[in-house]
Design a protein around this ligand. Structure first.
Ligand code: NAD
Ligand code: IPM
Ligand code: MN
Length: 368
């Protein structure tokens, strides 16, 4: 039996709470004969408290050696004052950069039972199934210079650098087109080519790759601000949206609310395929953060985290039947009316984080 090495990095805030629930699901698959071997380490504020860094070298080595990393969430007001280089979020950014996880897949799917949980009208979100492909290791997140400079007159100037290379845009474009081919055959590329040189460049590269390699897929270019508006106006016009690191961050939080809650959105952060082994480095992370406002209260929705593990089954382990079964179990739990507060309908009794994990395990049993 093949053994899959998983590294769990629960992190801060609700990270450990939702990770405990995903461990129940991992345990269920292990009992059914899927060979998962897990290790756990610190990241974010908890790593800073223990080591003075947002991730230790040992945890980085474990992440490099793992078949997949399951990441909870990092950050929180406790670490507001720590030096910028070691703030909790730096741990996540280092993982993405050092593991080369350039492709962040953020699917926004509105489960049938949740069509009324969104802040938008049922007909706008019912049946929604879109995929945001966010470039994750470039752009303004990593471009240099990135600094606050004090000038001679004592005033200051701050700079972040939005920077993209041909290779960076080409590879994320190919990921988006490949995904679209297995979906509804449409890619919407979002940038600001009306204002930004990197936007002009992004549009040129996407168009060239489209023409040369994917001319059978429909391509549209959309300005990122319009894309944000279109996502809340009529999101079902989209299939795959490909965009840069910063726009992808913002557009995916918007898309989350189309599914009912930020607590519903999973993601997969993937590296390049190793030509020898066909494998990719991968980290699976909910789109949400550490939710300091509800941390420690047992209120967090663990479905984004559990769905992220579902993406690991699909993208890292080739276990698509198992991933489908997990999706079905989640859909059944939601249909039964068992929900955390963020997605509970008015008048519905909300349950806690642990109850959702337990009910999904129960549904997995019922489905097998
Ligand atoms: P957040 O995503 O943590 O929370 C935004 C809102 O959504 C809050 O009201 C929160 O209660 C709610 N929410 C989020 N996840 C939820 C869940 N699973 N169930 C129910 N409700 C949920 O964003 P924020 O408040 O802007 O950021 C808090 C901290 O998290 C910051 O330090 C930020 O940098 C960090 N952050 C980390 C990640 C990550 O680790 N991947 C992602 C985003 C933000
Ligand atoms: C996300 C988060 C991160 C980002 C932060 C925590 C670094 O918001 O994954 O969406 O901005 O990429
Ligand atoms: Mn974000």
């Amino acid at each position: 039996m093949a053994t899959h090495k998983l590294l769990l990095l629960p992190g801060d805030g609700i990270g450990p709470e939702v990770t405990r629930e995903v461990e129940k699901i991992v345990g269920w698959f292990r009992q059914r004969g899927v060979g998962f071997e897990t290790e756990t380490d610190l990241v974010g504020g908890s790593a800073y408290d223990a080591h003075g860094a947002a991730i230790s070298e040992k945890a980085m080595d474990l992440a490099q050696a793992a078949d997949a990393v399951l990441f909870g969430a990092v950050g929180g007001p406790k670490w507001d004052g720590v030096p910028y280089a070691v703030r909790p979020e730096a741990g996540l950014l280092r993982l993405r950069k050092d593991l080369g996880l350039f492709a962040n897949l953020r699917p926004a799917i509105c489960y049938p039972a949740l069509a009324d949980a969104s802040s938008l009208k049922r007909e706008v979100v019912e049946g929604l199934d879109i995929m945001i492909v966010r470039e994750l290791t470039g752009g303004v997140y990593f471009g240099e210079p990135k600094e606050i400079v004090t000038l001679e007159d004592g005033s200051q100037r701050a700079v972040d650098t939005q920077l993209y290379t041909t290779a960076e845009v080409e590879r994320i474009t190919r990921v988006a087109f490949d995904l679209a081919k297995a979906r509804r055959n449409k890619v919407s590329s979002a940038e600001k080519s009306n204002v930004m040189k990197t936007g002009v460049f992004w549009r040129q590269v996407v168009s060239r790759i489209h023409k040369a390699e994917f001319s059978d897929v429909q391509l549209e270019h959309v300005l990122a601000d319009n894309c944000a508006m279109q996502l809340v106006r009529w999101p079902k016009q989209f299939d795959v949206i490909v965009t840069d690191n910063l726009f992808g961050d913002i557009l995916s939080d918007i898309a989350a609310m189309l599914t009912g809650s930020l607590g519903m959105l999973p993601s997969a952060s993937l590296g390049a395929e190793d030509p020898k082994t066909g494998r990719r480095k991968a980290l699976y992370e909910p789109v949400h953060g550490s939710a300091p406002d509800i941390a420690g209260k047992g209120l967090a929705n663990p479905i984004a985290m559990i769905g992220s593990f579902g993406m690991a089954l699909r993208y890292s382990f080739g276990l698509s039947d198992e991933a489908d079964r997990l999706d079905q179990a989640i859909a059944n739990v939601l249909a039964s009316g068992t929900r955390t507060k963020d997605i509970a309908a008015p008048g519905m009794n909300a349950v806690g984080t642990q109850e959702i994990g337990d009910q999904i395990v129960k549904e997995l049993n019922a489905l097998s």
